[in-house]
Every structure is written in C-alpha cells, then in structure tokens.
Write a protein that binds this ligand. Structure first.
Ligand code: ATP
Length: 221
C-alpha cells in the first residue's frame, strides 16, 4: 500500500465547497478559501461558480456563466488544492446549494463536507432553501473578519435545529467585493492587484464590465 493510500484510509477526507457568483472572483475569495482550508484542516477546496444565482437579480449579474467559470479556473491555477466544478454552470437554471451538494458528493471523493461562505452571507441563511437540510449535508463555515461581531448569527440559533453545524472561522479579510471591482472597471479605474493576474488579463482582453450586459445573463429563478 502506498503512503498516500494509507494516509487516505486512516484520515477522513475533508472537502470544502466554495459557492459564489464570482462576478468576478477576487483575492478576498481566494484568501478566505486558503485560510479556511488551514483552520478546518481541509485537503482541498472545490469552487462552484453559480450558473444563474438564485439570490441575485438577473440584471445584476454582468458576466456570462462561462466567463465567470473561466475566471475562476484562471484564479485557481497553480494551487493544487483548489479546483473548479461546472455543475451549476451547466445546469441552465438557478440551483440552490441544498440541490448542488449531493451532486458534488457524487462527483468528488470526500468523507466530511464543508461549505465556505462569508459570515455576512451566513446571517441570511434563513432565506436559503431548506437551511436545516443543508446543514445536515455540510458544516457551514462562516468566514469572519477580525473583530466581526458573532452575535450577528444569534438569530439563527432559535430558528435552526442544526445551528451547531455553523462554524465561524476568523480570516484576515480583504475589503474587496465583486461589486466594487465592476464599478471600478466602469469608471475606468484599475483593478490590478484586486484580482489574480490571470483574471485581470481575462477581464481586460474580453473587455468585461465595461458597460454591456452579456445576453446570457437574463434568467430568473
Ligand atoms: P458581489 O459584490 O457581486 O455581491 P461578492 O464579492 O460578495 O459579490 P460572491 O461571489 O457573491 O462575491 O461571494 C461568494 C462568497 O464569498 C460569499 O459568501 C461572500 O460573503 C464571500 N466574500 C466575498 N467577498 C469577500 C471578502 N472580501 N472577504 C470574505 N468573504 C468574501
């Protein structure tokens, strides 16, 4: 038996899933994925760009699902523990995380599953589809910024049976958002060093976020 195989048999494989619109993916996303991987002792993180995000107005999604997927692919290049799954991009409809996770479990090897989100997003968990069932499928990792007030998650405790499956992890968060990046491009400002170089080149080459809405981004939930 080779060493890796033995290690695999002895230790449960802990896999992180990071879902998002990634319009575009930026260094804030990559930083929390990397730090959560350390803190939660994950062996890998699978990025799952949404096709049609269920929680966002269709008109607010600027780049096509394919372009957002390709940017995530460019962003994870060079990190052997990061990968990208196209399941939601190919779905052709809005998919909820509670539907996506079982598909990912079929497509990837893993024993324990974790879903990575920003803590602000977790505080909206009651608006997600079947949050308690989702918490049976995954441990929800809420990436907080230093000094984040955890009492913002308190209201979930009363509502969720599986509240104890939400796990805050403090990350050195960067104050970057995709909204801010899109706005800067529109204003002709630089986004260099807010996104990985490959993503920067992709946005520049394809002239993304310069004003035109991609025709694919017209779906509704
Ligand atoms: P937008 O500004 O368009 O709403 P976003 O930058 O928040 O986009 P998403 O793709 O919607 O990016 O985010 C995916 C996940 O990453 C969410 O759970 C969000 O909370 C988290 N996230 C986004 N930006 C950061 C950041 N700078 N630090 C930590 N978490 C972040």
């Amino acid at each position: 038996m080779c060493g890796a195989q033995r290690e695999r048999e002895e230790r449960p494989l802990r896999v992180g899933i990071f879902g998002g619109t990634f319009d575009p993916i930026h260094l804030g996303h990559l930083l929390i994925a990397e730090q959560v991987m350390d803190e939660m002792r994950l062996s890998e993180v699978i990025f799952v760009p949404s096709g049609i995000p269920p929680h966002k107005a269709a008109s607010s999604v600027r780049a096509s699902a394919e372009d957002r997927y390709r940017m995530v692919l460019a962003a994870v290049e060079g990190n052997p523990r990061f990968s990208v799954d196209r399941v939601e991009v190919e779905a052709g409809r809005a998919m909820h995380t509670v539907e996506t996770v079982p598909l990912l479990k079929e497509r990837h090897e893993g024993d324990e599953w974790f879903f990575i989100t920003g803590a602000d997003e977790v505080s909206n968990l009651l608006t997600w589809r079947e949050p308690d069932r989702l918490l049976e499928q995954v441990v929800m990792v809420a990436a907080t910024r230093p000094g984040y007030d955890l009492s913002k998650l308190d209201h979930l405790e009363k509502e969720l049976r599986n509240f104890d499956r939400i796990f805050p992890v403090e990350c050195s968060r960067l104050d970057i958002s995709a909204t801010n990046i899109r706005r800067r491009v529109l204003q002709g400002k630089s986004i260099r060093y807010m996104v990985p170089d490959g993503v920067y080149r992709f946005i520049t080459r394809k002239k993304l976020y310069s004003g035109e809405l991609h025709p694919e981004t017209t779906g509704t939930e």
